[in-house]
Design a protein around this ligand. Structure first.
Ligand SMILES: CCCCCCCC/C=C\CC(=O)SCCNC(=O)CCNC(=O)[C@H](O)C(C)(C)COP(=O)(O)OP(=O)(O)OC[C@H]1O[C@@H](n2cnc3c(N)ncnc32)[C@H](O)[C@@H]1OP(=O)(O)O
Length: 285
């Protein structure tokens, strides 16, 4: 093919691609959390759908909160939290927002994250995480606040905030400190360790290691089924006793917790590290 024809063919192909992919104004935006309720079991599967990596921003936090509100309204028997991505549960906070934000946008981000945290952690039904891919930073955290975790082999999980340059927010420390044996929590939080599912299961970070998403869903359903014969009021009262410290901390210190987060993100050291981390992520290909 001559160079001119090759150029023409590339141009046509790229125009056709553009015509096929450019959304028209009438097209609806994709929902950030897809809800699928199983009529037989009464369980709702909530799939995070902010592709490619389900990075957590205000809109995704709000969509999670709204989905939980809907589950509460419909008297759900349980939720399975997962993702539509074939290989990522969630890559944590949106690094673009950490990199390019300001104190107002970081306050809004943390405010929305607190709301989503409370909806999930203080829900009146159990949540099980089907971790079908990498669960990093906030992605790991949102699986940790579910009542159960099944994770697919071959991916990584952990709270790596320290590597991104952010001092660990208090509620993350509280929850990891309760879930993991003390020594592992300390190492994990201060070094930002990422684990394979097999390693994570040895330190209580995940409950079961599975081969694929289908098996993760089966395990989650089996976990939720355990509550079918137990009165939910008794379960919820007990759960709230266990979780009171973290819930009260956020409810009673909302603004201080937001201020602490903003302070941690806006420090010069954190911003330099976030910038380097962001650039390394973009240059890795
Ligand atoms: C009240 C309390 C509530 C608490 C709420 C939350 C607490 C949160 C606290 C902590 C902060 C964090 O979460 S910091 C973020 C930590 N996350 C990470 O470090 C993950 C970084 N990403 C990766 O390691 C990898 O991308 C991956 C392993 C997740 C996937 O790798 P893969 O090779 O499959 O894909 P790419 O790396 O090519 O990524 C595709 C695409 O996505 C962009 N990307 C990835 N991660 C993020 C992110 N976190 N934010 C924004 N964008 C992200 C990446 O740059 C690629 O973009 P381009 O295609 O444009 O290059």
């Amino acid at each position: 093919m001559s160079r001119n024809i090759l150029f023409l063919s590339k141009t046509i192909n790229s125009n056709v691609r553009r015509l096929c992919t450019t959304p028209t104004p009438v097209q609806k935006a994709e929902k950030l959390v897809l809800i699928d309720v199983n009529d037989k079991t009464g369980y709702g599967t909530l799939s995070m759908n902010r592709l490619p990596v389900n990075s957590l921003n205000v809109e995704l936090f709000n969509a999670l909160s709204d989905a939980y509100d809907e589950m509460e309204k419909n008297k759900s028997r349980g939720v399975i939290l997962t993702s539509t991505s074939p290989k990522i549960f969630s890559a944590g906070l949106d690094i673009n927002d950490l990199y390019s934000g300001d104190s107002k946008s970081w306050s809004e981000l943390w405010d929305a994250s607190q709301e989503a945290f409370l909806k999930i952690y203080d829900a009146s039904f159990p949540s099980a995480a089907a971790i079908n891919g990498h669960a990093i930073g906030g992605g790991c955290f949102f699986s940790m606040i579910c009542d159960y975790r099944a994770m697919v082999k071959g991916y990584q999980i952990g709270l790596n905030e320290i590597q991104v340059g952010i001092a660990l927010p208090k509620v993350l420390v509280m929850i990891m400190g309760k879930l993991l044996p003390r020594r592992h929590a300390e190492i994990s939080l201060t070094q930002g360790t990422l684990y394979s599912p097999e390693q994570a299961s040895k330190i209580n970070l995940v409950d079961d290691v599975v081969v694929d998403k289908a098996e993760a869903i089966i395990k989650c359903e089996a976990f939720l089924n355990k509550f079918r014969k137990i009165p939910m009021d008794a379960v919820n009262t007990t759960k709230r006793t266990i979780r009171r410290e973290e819930i009260d901390y956020i409810r009673n210190n909302k603004q201080k917790d937001i201020d602490d987060f903003v302070k941690a993100v806006e420090s010069v050291e954190a911003q330099n590290t976030i910038k380097m981390y962001y650039q390394a992520l973009k240059n890795k290909k």
